[in-house]
Design a protein around this ligand. Structure first.
Ligand SMILES: [Zn+2]
Length: 370
């Protein structure tokens, strides 16, 4: 959607959509199967064929190469391959150099972008995430390199990590640990079935403490980091859906007369439609329909529908009802016009939490700007 108009994507897949890589792979799988079948029928059988999305590595007789390319390119005019030939018995494939050595192939991991930006050691991400990105690099270097290329590959890893501010001692420790784990141990994978997993947003300093505490109780805490790129880039690319056309929301409507008193509601429909229903309830003098109708009909106060605010967007109805109750409880019964039944299912176990939430200054997250 651009400037309020919808555009249909005619070719290729949208960048950044979670569906794109899956769909791409389905398509390339089909291309691969149909091309290899066709070649097989013509008596062209590659010695091996490997594919990663649209990057393929294969070995065929030199005189069969042209035909192979032709067959692959005949699948669809928009799906065109080009050929790259080995040079001095070696060829680059993804992040490796594949070499022909006597009767077998060897690989050496050499990333194209060894200056690459990785998760910076000084960033405020959880330590675990940093450790894991270092482990991922070391593992790739070790697993994708033939034994005699490994020390070279590990030098590249150290360089990348140093560029991203990882201390040398930390890099060496990870390398030692991983090499030991991958090649010197037969220890079985951790199959502790009693372990439970939970996830929570990461707060520097506090996160580790909570994780340590939970681990004593066999609960593994995984941190979610706030997806900054998505938040800063994508949300600006997308056109904000205007308030009226949003669904699955928890909202508040202020009374036009009582200061600071609100009605809290939730709906799966368009907010606009729900607001219309509120107005109809008043028109039909349906006192028992909602706390809002009750207040207007009994007190004669009109609600300020124009200043209705979306407090949260929750797709699941059961969760949305809980969020609604939390909002009522946090604001307090005396500051809301909700009927008792709106929050009757609220568990008293949360009362302590509500008191804490009330006493702390509420962060300026939500309300979504309208
Ligand atoms: Zn009022």
């Amino acid at each position: 959607m651009h400037q309020g108009r919808f555009f249909k994507q005619k070719f290729w897949l949208p960048m950044g959509s979670p569906l794109s890589p899956v769909v791409a792979n389905i398509v390339w799988e089909r291309v691969e199967r149909s091309a290899l079948e066709q070649l097989h029928q013509e008596g062209i059988v590659p010695i091996f064929f490997r594919r990663y999305v649209d990057d393929c590595l294969s070995s065929v007789r030199r005189e069969q190469m042209e035909r192979m390319l032709e067959v692959f390119n005949s699948f669809h005019p928009r799906l065109q391959f080009t050929i790259e030939l080995e040079e001095d018995g070696q060829i680059r494939f993804l992040d490796t150099i594949v070499r022909r050595e006597e009767d077998h192939l060897t690989t050496e991991w050499t990333p194209k972008d060894s200056e690459g930006r990785y998760l910076d050691y000084n960033s405020s991400s959880p330590f675990n995430h940093k450790k894991n990105s270092a482990i991922a690099l070391v593992d790739r270097a070790l697993k994708l390199s033939e034994v005699y290329y490994r020390s070279n590959a590990l030098e590249v890893v150290k360089q990348i990590l140093t560029n991203n501010n990882y201390p040398g001692s930390f890099c060496n420790k990870i390398i030692k640990e991983r090499a030991h784990k991958l090649y010197n141990t037969l220890e079985p994978k951790n199959t502790d079935v009693t372990m439970k997993f939970v996830s929570a947003p990461y707060i520097p300093g506090l996160g580790e403490k909570i994780a340590r505490y939970l681990s004593q109780h066999n609960i593994k805490l995984a941190f979610k980091t706030i997806d900054k790129i998505k938040d800063t880039v994508h949300s600006k690319l997308k056109v904000r859906i205007e308030k009226d056309r949003r669904t699955n929301v928890v909202y508040e409507i202020p009374c036009g007369v009582c200061t600071d008193k609100k009605y809290i509601g939730q709906t799966s429909q368009f907010l606009k439609k729900r607001l219309e229903q509120h107005k109809n309830d008043i028109k039909n003098k349906s006192v028992g329909s909602t706390g809002l109708a009750h207040h207007t009909i009994n007190e004669g106060h009109l609600f300020d529908f124009k200043n209705a605010k979306i407090l949260d967007e929750v797709p699941r109805t059961d969760t949305r009802l809980i969020v609604e109750m939390f909002q009522i409880k946090i604001k307090g019964e005396s500051n809301t016009f909700n009927l008792q039944r709106d929050s009757i299912k609220f568990r008293s176990a949360y009362n302590g939490l509500i008191e804490k939430l009330k006493s702390t200054v509420r962060p300026k997250k939500v309300p979504t700007e309208i």
